[in-house]
Design a protein around this ligand. Sequence first.
Ligand SMILES: C[S@@+](CC[C@H](N)C(=O)[O-])C[C@H]1O[C@@H](n2cnc3c(N)ncnc32)[C@H](O)[C@@H]1O
Length: 304
Amino acid sequence: MMEGFHQPVMVEETMSYLLQDRPSIHIDCTLGDGGHALEVLRRSPKTFVIGFDVDGEAISVAEKRLEPEFGGRFLALKADYRRLPEVLATLGVPRVDTILYDLGVSSRQLDSPERGFSYWGDGPLDMRMDPEKGTTARDILMTYSGEELARILRDYGEERFAGRIAREIVKAREERDIDTASALVDIVKKAIPVGARTGGGHPARRTFQALRIAVNNELGFLQRAILDGFYHLRPGGVVAVLSYHSLEDRVVKNTFRSLSESGEARRVTPKPVTPEADEIERNPRARSAKLRVVKREIRHDRLI
Ligand SMILES: C[S@@+](CC[C@H](N)C(=O)[O-])C[C@H]1O[C@@H](n2cnc3c(N)ncnc32)[C@H](O)[C@@H]1O
C-alpha cells in the first residue's frame, strides 16, 4: 500500500482552464486521491465539486483528505463516469460548469502490488479499477483465444510482437496458471527477441497497458462518456481531458474535433498541452500526459 498521495499531473495548466470566480459546479470524473479536486476547492471558493471514481479505496482516501476542510462543497461518489447522465439526474443537477477527466491509472493503484497493475512486484494479475466486479487480467489470460489475446495486445498495447506473445501465453497456460505479474513478465520476455528489447522501456510495458485497457474497457464508450459530459455543460462551460497514451488521445482529439466542426464547441487547446521538463523530472509519470480542452459555444446551446 502506497504512502502519501498520487501526484496530480499538470496542475497549473489544468487549473488555468477550470477555475471559476462565481458559484459553479465542477465534476471530477476520475477523483483518485483528489489532487486536482483539492486545487479546485482551494482556488475556486464558490465552486461545488462532485467527484466520481469506480475504486472504493480512492473514494475513501479522497473523502478523508477533502471532507474535513471542504465537506460543505464536496461530494464523492463511487460511480463510473460513464453513468454521469443518470447520476446527475438523480442528484437533480441538470447543468455543470467544468468537467475534468484524468484518464488512466493512479499511482496508488500502480504502487499497490496486490492490485496487479504493475510489472514490478509479484501481485496477482487482477488490474480491475473496481476490485469488486468484472473480469480480471488473469481471467483474460487464461480463457481468451490466442487470436483475441493478440488483438488486445495489438490494438490496446500497439505491441509489435502481439502474435508471438499471445502464442507464448497460450503455450504457458497449458502447463500452469498465469496468475502473477512476474509469471507474465517471464512469458513476455521469452516471446520478444532479445535484439528487440533495447530501448523502449520495460519489455512488458505494452502488454500490461493492453490488459489493463481490456480489463477495464477503458476505450469502449470513452467518446460517448466525453460527449455525455459535454452536453451537461452550461454554455461557456469547459471539458478538460488528461490522457496518457496515444490511443486515448486519439479518441479525445477526434471527439473534440467533431464538436468543433459542428460549431458546438471551441477548441481552447488546438494542440495538446504537455508537461514542462521540470514537472517530468519531479514526476516521471507525467511524461506522456496530454491535456486537451474544449469550451461549449454559447450560440449553439443544445438543450438536454
Ligand atoms: C489518474 S487517476 C486520477 C488522479 C486524480 N486526478 C488525483 O489528482 O489524485 C485516475 C482515476 O480514475 C479512476 N477511474 C478509471 N476509470 C474510471 C471510470 N470509468 N469511472 C470513474 N473513475 C474511473 C481510477 O480508479 C483512478 O482512481
